[in-house]
Ligand binder design. Structure first.
Ligand code: TYM
Length: 334
């Protein structure tokens, strides 16, 4: 079993990232046996699709490394690194650009959502982004990729690219990766709009809970979260057509390790005035220890750089045989 996943180091870690992906990363790391390996990385090469100044980008990578360690990633047991330190990702991406089809990339919903009407003005990097993501996964022959639901289509593309490369060059080089998507928290929605996903790029900070938010900020955001005037129903079925209520109940269920049905049974007939403080409380208790560790870790840049350097050396060694075999399969002499 080879577990691999990545996160863009743009902005802060938010509740969607944590419940959709990072919690699963930590769980898989903690359940790993001696035959398995976990690779977790900061997708800084992907982040060139968002304009940032030099100093900000450097800070973002260190902060996201600190956030992952604070959330429970152990850099001794897992290989933790940033993509830019492992050039094999970019090299394999270039090779796979010969395999990926424009038609496949044209179907990527995340690209379409991000560019909106300005397709002509979008960067090439944003368009080929999923090919670099395929390279990230295939270069380690990852078998399991823990992600939120929004990455499912990118995973399918990685499988298509792997299959076509293997077929075109008559090799059995790339392994088919399987997405690991949580059942309850695969898609955490914005606190301001239950039909939009919680995201780093939402201009309203009130739409998301950040790892850096203090207890008061978390409480305020939960209390101001959009809801409807109806009381909570007796079962989760009654949440149909109520996206905001459904989202908040889902978050509560995930954090307290129960089901939306159990949460509805507990709060049936009560309004959000009663439910929100309880939700805020669970959120505060879950995030406080992570935030405190994060604040401490982010003050030591040298320690964070040492973690990323060590992780990159291990990652580069693991990537090398696959990269060499890909060049060889294509008849490219290195
Ligand atoms: P990114 O940085 O947008 O998000 C990191 C992880 O968080 C999940 N996620 C969510 N899950 C539930 N609800 C939400 N509202 C929510 N928002 C984000 C994402 O699904 C993801 O798992 N392209 C990737 C990074 C990447 C990658 C990879 C992932 C690059 N290469 C290879 C896996 C394998 C991204 O932008 O994730």
């Amino acid at each position: 079993m080879r577990v691999l996943s990545g996160i863009q180091p743009t902005g802060n870690l938010h509740l969607g990232n944590y419940l959709g992906a990072i919690r699963n990363w930590v769980r898989m790391q903690d359940e790993m046996d001696s035959e398995s390996q976990c690779f977790f990385f900061l997708a800084d090469m992907h982040s060139i699709t968002v304009h940032e100044g030099r100093e900000q980008r450097i800070r973002n990578v260190r902060d996201m490394a600190a956030a992952l360690v604070a959330a429970g990633i152990d850099p001794d047991r897992s290989v933790l690194f940033n993509q830019a330190r492992v050039p094999a990702h970019a090299e394999l991406c270039w090779l796979l650009n010969g395999t990926a089809r424009i038609g496949w990339l044209n179907r990527m919903t995340q690209f379409k959502d991000k560019v909106g009407k300005d397709r002509e003005g979008a960067s090439i990097g944003l368009f080929v982004y999923p090919v670099l993501q395929a390279a990230d996964i295939l270069i380690y022959n990852a078998t399991h990729v823990p992600v939120g639901e929004d990455q499912k289509q990118h995973l399918e593309l990685a499988r298509d690219i792997a299959t076509k490369f293997n077929t075109d060059f008559g090799v059995d080089l790339f392994t088919m990766p399987a997405p690991i998507i949580p059942k309850e928290s695969a898609r955490i929605m914005s606190l301001r709009d239950g039909t939009a996903k919680m995201s780093k790029s939402d201009p309203s900070d009130m739409s998301r809970i950040n790892l850096t938010d203090d207890d008061d900020a978390i409480m305020t955001k939960v209390k101001k979260a959009k809801t409807d005037p109806e009381p909570l129903p007796e079962t989760a079925e009654g949440l149909a057509g109520r996206p905001e209520a459904n989202n908040l109940v889902g978050i509560y269920a995930t954090l307290s390790g129960t089901t939306p049905d159990a949460v509805c049974a507990e709060f049936a007939g009560k309004g959000f005035g009663a439910f929100k403080p309880a939700l805020g409380e669970v959120l505060v208790e879950t995030l406080r220890p992570i935030r405190e560790r994060f604040m401490e870790l982010r003050t030591d840049d040298a320690a964070l750089d040492a973690i990323l350097d060590k992780g990159a050396a291990r990652a580069a060694a693991a990537a090398e045989p696959t990269l060499r075999a890909a060049y060889d399969a294509m008849g490219l002499m290195r």
